[in-house]
Design a protein around this ligand. Sequence first.
Ligand code: ADP
Length: 326
Amino acid sequence: MAEQGKIKKIGILTSGGDAPGMNAAIRAVVRKAIADGLKVVGIQKGYQGLLNEEMSEMTARSVSDSIQQGGTILRTARSEEFRYEEGRKKAAAICKKHGIDAIVVIGGDGSYRGAYELSKVGEPVVCLPGTIDLDIACTDYTIGFDTAINTALEAIDKVRDTSSSHERCSIIEVMGRNAGYIALWCGVASGAEDILIPEKYNYDEQEIINHIIESRKIGKTHHLIINAEGIGHSTSMARRIEAATGMETRATILGYMQRGGSPTCKDRYYASVMGAMAADLLKQGKTNRVVCYKNGDFVDYDINEALAMKKQIPEYQYEIAKALSI
Ligand code: ADP
C-alpha cells in the first residue's frame, strides 16, 4: 500500500465489455483527481492500449459532454497479451516509464482479475465495477446494469403487446452469458411466465411445454419466456415449443442494443459517486482496492478479498418470480 501524497499521476482505462455509465465514472475520476491536485492519463482501449502506449494526459475538459453518452470515450478492448505475466510486466514497465503511479480500471470480473495480476507485478490499481451483467461478487450494483435492464424491459413490453394481441408464445433472449440477473429482473418486471437463467435452468423443455399447456387451461392467452444468453438457442426452442403445444411461438434476441444508449439517472449517479471515491482512495495513498455498493452503502474492499467473494442468485427472488406468474 502506498503512502498519502505518494501518488501524483494516475492512469485510467476501461476494459472488457462496455457498459452505459462508464463515461460518468471516467468523468468523476478525472475531475475529482484533478481537483485534488493529481495528474490523470487517459489510456485508450483497455490493457491492449496500455501495452501499445495509446495514452494522453486528460484535463477537466477532456470529459465535457460525456456524462449522458453510452459506451466509453476511452474505448475498450480485450487483450490476449495481457493474460500472460510477460505482458503484464511490460505493462507495469510502461506505467513506470510514463510516471503513472497507479491505474483505475473500470470493467468486469475479467478486468478485475487482470488488475489484480497487474498489482502483483508492481503497478497499484483501483477497480470500479463496469458491467451490464451485475456479476461481480463483491458488489450489489454494477455500472450499466440499470440502463441495460430498462432498455431490455422497454423492448420486452413492446414484444409482449404484439404477443398478447396474437395470443402467441414469445421467447425473448436477454444478455447474460454466465449470469441471469438481467433475465431475472426483466422477467419479474415484465410478468414473464418462465425465466430461464444459467444458474438454475435444468434443460427440461418438457417442463416449459407443460407450463404453457397448463397456463392455457387456466385462461392465459399468451406466454412470455425470458431466456438468458447463456442458455441461448431461443430460435430452435421456439420451433420445438410450437410443435409440442400448437401455440404460435416466436423468438426475439435483443442482443447488443442492451449495451448501448444513454445511461439512466441511477447509473450516472452511482458511477459518479464511485468514480470520485476511486480518486479519493488514490489521493489517500490507498491502492489495490475495489469500490463497491454493498448493503445500501458505497464501500471499498481489498482486491484480493473481493475476488474471493462468491455471488449467487437470491433464491427467494427467483422463487417469487414463479409464484407471481400464475
Ligand atoms: P470483463 O472485464 O468485461 O469481464 P474480459 O473477461 O474479457 O471482460 O476481461 C477483459 C480483459 O482482462 C481480458 O481481455 C484480459 O486482457 C484481462 N483478463 C481477464 N482475465 C484475466 C486473468 N485471469 N488474468 C489476467 N488478465 C485477465
